[in-house]
Structure formats: C-alpha cells, structure tokens
Design a binder for this molecule. Structure first.
Ligand SMILES: [Ca+2]
Ligand SMILES: [Ca+2]
Ligand SMILES: [Ca+2]
Length: 142
C-alpha cells in the first residue's frame, strides 16, 4: 500500500485478477483503489480526469469488463459512482471512427502485456469485450 494510505479493505475481484477496495489512513482519509500484479495499487482518483468534482472514496466491485462501482463524493455530497474503462484508443479525446479502426487492427490479439491501445479492460487481450466497451461510448468526447 502507498505510504499515505497504509490500510486497505478489498471488496471486489474479477476474472482478470483485478481487485478493488478502499484504502485509508489514521486521519480517516479514504481513497478508492484498483490493484493488479502488473500495475500494483493505483488510486482511482488518478484514473479520472482532474476537475470532475469527484473524490472516489471506496470501490465496491469490478466486473470482467473492468467497470467499477463504488462510493464517492461529488462536490462534497456522497454519491455512488460507476467507472467504465476509457475506450479512446488513439487518446485524442473522442471516440470515433479512428478508434474503431485501431481496435479492428488489434482485435484477436491475446498477448498484449500492456502494448495494445485497444485493450481497454486491461486483460492483455483485445476481444469483443473491448469492442463492446467502445461501442457503449461511441461518439463521446471528453
Ligand atoms: Ca479517439
Ligand atoms: Ca478522433
Ligand atoms: Ca481486453
């Protein structure tokens, strides 16, 4: 665990070995985290963009698509959250035809090890799960 949040409780685990939960310290400050053996412990607040108004306190569960539910605060008010993996393959801030083309080139790859731009759920393979994640947010801009 990071030094600032030495204690943790794990609440959710998926097929890909990704674990989520809440980490906290003696000052009773809480942060939602995700853990896997490739990336270690990552504060989910570092995964969402700055300036959202959200503080993610505890992650409750993660499904095999990489979607994470939990509890946080939006502008200081306690709320539930749902995070869906970012399907912006070319990282230009929108989900459009060029992202579909990038996924089409990689689909079927089963040994990404972090090297596939379209492995949105980070299971080291580009599959129909990643295509579905992309289809859900097609047309979105950030
Ligand atoms: Ca894009
Ligand atoms: Ca684009
Ligand atoms: Ca994948």
């Amino acid at each position: 665990m990071p030094a600032a949040y030495p204690s943790a409780e794990n609440y959710g685990l998926n097929e890909n070995g990704q674990m989520v939960g809440g980490m906290f310290n003696s000052a009773d400050e809480n942060r939602a985290f995700i853990f896997d053996t490739d990336n270690g412990v990552v504060d989910l607040n570092d995964r969402i963009g700055a300036g959202t108004g959200w503080q993610l306190l505890t992650a409750i569960d993660i499904n095999d698509m990489g979607q994470i539910t939990g509890i946080g605060e939006l502008n200081g008010e306690k709320r539930a959250f749902l995070l869906t993996p970012n399907a912006d393959a070319d990282a230009d801030g929108d989900i459009d035809g060029s992202d579909i083309a990038a996924l089409a080139q990689e689909i079927g790859t089963t040994s990404c090890s972090g090297g596939c731009s379209s492995d949105f759920n980070d299971d080291d393979a580009v599959t129909t799960v990643d295509a579905f994640l992309q289809a859900m947010v097609l047309g979105h801009t950030s």
